[in-house]
Structures are given as structure tokens and as C-alpha cells.
Design a protein around this ligand. Sequence first.
Ligand code: NFS
Length: 635
Amino acid sequence: MSFESKSQDPASQEMLQLAADKGMETIWDRYEAMQPQCGFGSTGLCCTNCLQGPCRIDPFGEGPSEGICGVRDYSVVARNLVRTIVGGTASHSDHARHVAELLREVAAGHIEGYEVKDEEKLMKVANKLGLETEGKDVNELTKEVAEEAVGNFIGYHGEEMSFLKPMVPEIRYELFKECDIIATGINDVINQAIHRTAMGMDADPVNLIFGGLKAALADFVGCTIGTDLSDIFFGTPQVVESEANLGVLDENAVNLVVHGHEPVLSEKVIETARALEDEAKEAGAENGINVVGICCTGNELLMRQGAPLVANYASQELAIMTGAADAMVVDIQCIMPSLKNVTDCFHTELITTMPHVKIPGARHIQFSDTTADQDAEEIVRTAIDAYGRRNPDTVNIPDHKSKLMAGFSVEALMDAFSKINEEEPISVITDAIAAGDIRGIAVFAGCNNVKTPQDRNHVEVAKELAKNDVLCVATGCVANAFGKNGLLLPEAVEKYAGEGLKKFFSEAADALGMELPLILHMGSCVDNSRAVELGTAIANYLGVDIGDLPLVASAPEAMHEKAVSIGSWAVSLGLPTHVGVDVPITGSSLVTEVGTKIAKDVLDGYFIIEKDPKVAAEKLIAEIDERNWLLEMKA
Ligand code: NFS
């Protein structure tokens, strides 16, 4: 494989050359060694749900057409898909549950060291949930919001999850009810979905798929709670400027890399790092401590603290290979176990922090909410110590980084647009859609996937859409890719936007006295909930369903189970959803047909599985045009 076929990112390419020269292994080497990958697994036709298996069903009709228990291809594929969705739901929700329980404990006065920073957001969430706010102080409200959030996990109301309803137009909620895909609680649905996919349980593929959508909507609730409560704790993001790519590492600073997903940890780390700057300087680091992020922890810290993004998913190993990372602190999700092999070649301290995420050989500094300040101090001091052991001869920081703008929460956007229309800031977008300046909106989500060159699909789909006047918003590792490529800058508008989009941006800039970037960075992957909030606000303002809007989703390099859950709830919300890599459902024509065609009749949303970025963009634009036409008919 040439470096270009591995990554579009010049910084990654440079590091890959170094890795090749030094004989260091990367994700791409392991991918090559894994070829050819199992055809049964790739198509979703391998079942390991009981000890009689594995059973593999032959898609060509030459081998067995049923598993040992008699299970058919469509049930195996649907069951595997449901389990993948549930993996994502469990991930997002466990993250959200941590924040929810922390909020409850803080409100009860059991934990110090965290506090409600954003009372306005607290009020907004309380109102959204329909809680009585009159005459209640911050602490009382915090308690109630936290209780409500925790209740969404265990379904203690015996009712539907209360964070779901206010997030979608009423008509969409009714559709969810009709389809019976609203769970009583997040934990309930995870429980049910794992059960229904066990041996000897649900064999009806359509029933299974609806069960999967139920889990997906619970994932959406988990994401929403993650966003809302993190905002309450750490502040709702406002527009910030920063930088992205390996070049943000600073030779003259202690480079402390945070990687994972939980702002509960990384916010403490950055706060402590700022407090211990002098210790770093005493240790010889002229520029103090440079906290930089990978994956969604990076996005969370960027959004609220302006911390630079050093890498997205595929280049996490490369960040260590620069020899300049003094510590990499990881919490949950998207952390490659291979990081330990790489840190073994350098002075870098790999620090795990969560009781359920340990890596053999890594240093474990248990991070507890009750001792957060001390734990963060230990982490930061470990990094400063490691800096003293850095070998200058092995430092190779690629000279690639790009400036960027981020922090586009819905609140930040509406604050800005209220300068144009104070009463109805959302009309700034709807008017531009009605005028045809904005042809549609695309929500970008997701990862890197080694099956496609790093960042290439992301950038190509986005450029193609922008050229066709589609307003793009982004979260997660794709947002990082856009940052590296200069697409999160106003300058990119002139370069890549179509005439309509250019007009929208230039009129907005005149009115706001501030230029907006071509693509709006909305945050981490749980912050896809922000994109839904925006979509629902537009739909409600226009008096239509969210599934009627010229609104599409794209995950050009999806990798994690979480991306599958997000994609599945995006489809449930009515969004045509592009996935740029193969999904293991092709083993069943029935499941494939349901996901890519029939879903549209029921939910308006459906999956577009398309590896070619240009063709993907064409398909998304065709869908946007169809919706605009239908909306005009309705008007
Ligand atoms: Ni989303 Fe964010 Fe990145 Fe993918 Fe992983 S960090 S939660 S899963 S790889 S975008």
C-alpha cells in the first residue's frame, strides 16, 4: 500500500514514512496482515450466539443455508446488526450515565470539585423536560434534572424516556409510537435487545430490526443526556479558534495528550495542567504544558477550552511516534490497545484511568469523581516527569497544522443569528433555504476506517456537497478531518462553496460582523444531538416533520459500533444516511432491502451505502432536491 492509499493527511504520510524506516507497526500494517478478511463475517453471516457454533451460512447457496438450530441468513444478519447497534447504545449511554450520576452526586453535596457552570443551560434543560422551575434554586433544579436523567436509564417512570420527546417534532414522536420503537429506559432496551438476539429467540428479521431501532433511539437519548449534562457542568460551547493536526505538538512544552471521550476527566486534566504550568517550566519546558486531544475528548476540550486537536482516530499511534508526546491519558472508547506497543519505543507514559478500561503494561491511575483533583494532579505530574526523560533525538513533529473555528452549539448559532433576526433567529437558515441559497443541510458524523484512506472520503463528500450549496455541520473524527484540511475556516467558503452558499455566508458575515467557517463544528459524537436540535428547530418553525426537511446525514468513514447506532437513529429520525464503507448486512438481501429501501417508506430515512465519495454526494443531493420539491408542493 502506498502512503496515499493509507491516508490523505500529509502529516500522517510523513509519520508513516518514519514508521516504515524504523520498523514500527501501525494500524495499516495490521490491516494488510489481516487480508483477506472473512467473507462470512464481512457479510454478517457468521453466528456465534451459542456454543454449537460458529455457524456460517453460505450466501452462494453452495454450503449450508441454515445454522445448526435452523436459523436462516436474514435472522443471523439482523441479529448481528442489532447487537452492533446495542454495542453503540451501551457505549454512549454508559458515558452519559457517568455524567448523570455525577450531577446527582454533586447536587446532593456528596462530591466536591465539580459544579454547575452553566445555569442557563440547566434552566433550558429543565424547561425542555417540563419541570416546574418557579421558585426553585439551582441546587434543587440540578437535583431534579439529574434524577430525570438517571431515570431515563432505568425507566423508573414506567413511561417513555423523557429526554426523547422534546427533541423531535410531535409528528415524528407519534410515528415512533406507531412503530413501537420507544423504550421505557436505556438499560431496559439494552437488556431486551441482547435477550431477543440470544439463541432460540427472535427469528423474524423485521421484528428484529424494529428492536434495533428501539435501541438506536435509546442511543439518541444517551447522546442527548451526554451533551446536555456536559454543557451544564462545563459550559455550553461558544465559538473558539484553535488548530488541528500533529503539528500542534510543541517541542518546548510538556505535551499531554488526552484521548477518549469523557469531559469529566479531560476538563479536570486541563484545569490542573493550567495550575501546574510553573512546575512544568521548572522542569525545563519553556512553554509549560500543552494539552492536546484525540478523538472526541479532543472535540469536547476544543469546543469548551479551545484545546488543539492533535489526531483523529486513525493517527492516534502516530501522535506517539512523534516522540514528543510525554503522556497519553485515555479514558473510554476508540482507544487502540496497540498504543502500548508504540509507547514501548518511546518515553511516553500511557495512562489508563477507568476501572473498566485497562491495557496490559500501561500505567493505571484510577480516576474517581470523589478524588478527581488529586487524580488529575497525579496524571499531570506523571506527564511532567516523563518530559524529563524525553529523548530529543527521537522527536519528529511533522510541520503540518491548520487553523480552525469550532464551538458551534445550537445556542452559539442562535446567539449569532439573533443579531439578524432577534425574534426568530432560526429563520436565518429557513429563509436561506427558501431562497435557494442553502440547498440543504448535511450532518457529518463518524470516524476513520482503515478500509478507506484516512480523511479522503470525509473531505471529498464535503467538498462536493459544499460546491452544491449544501450547508455542512460536523461532529467527531470527521470534524477533526475537516479541521486538518482547512474546511473549518471562513477562507474555505471562497474556495469550495457554491454561489448560493457563498451568498448566505457573505450576507451572514455582513450582518454578524464575523465570518463563519464553511463547515460548522458542533462537537463530539454525542453532540450529534445538537444537529438534531437544530433540525427539529427548523422543522418546528416550518411546521413540518424533520423527515420532510432537505436534511441528510453522512458517515463517510464509519468504524465504531457507535457510528452504526447513530446512523440507525438518524434513519429513524427520517434522514437519508450515507455510509461510506461496507456494512455487514449484505449477507441478507432482505435486511439490505429493508435498510436501504423499504425504511424510506416507513421512516423517510434509509441507508445509502456508497463507497465512492462523488457518487455518494450525488445521491445525497438527489435526495435533498426531492425533498425541496416535496416541501414546495406542500407549501
Ligand atoms: Ni465517534 Fe468519537 Fe472518532 Fe468514531 Fe471514535 S472518537 S464517539 S466513534 S473514532 S468519530
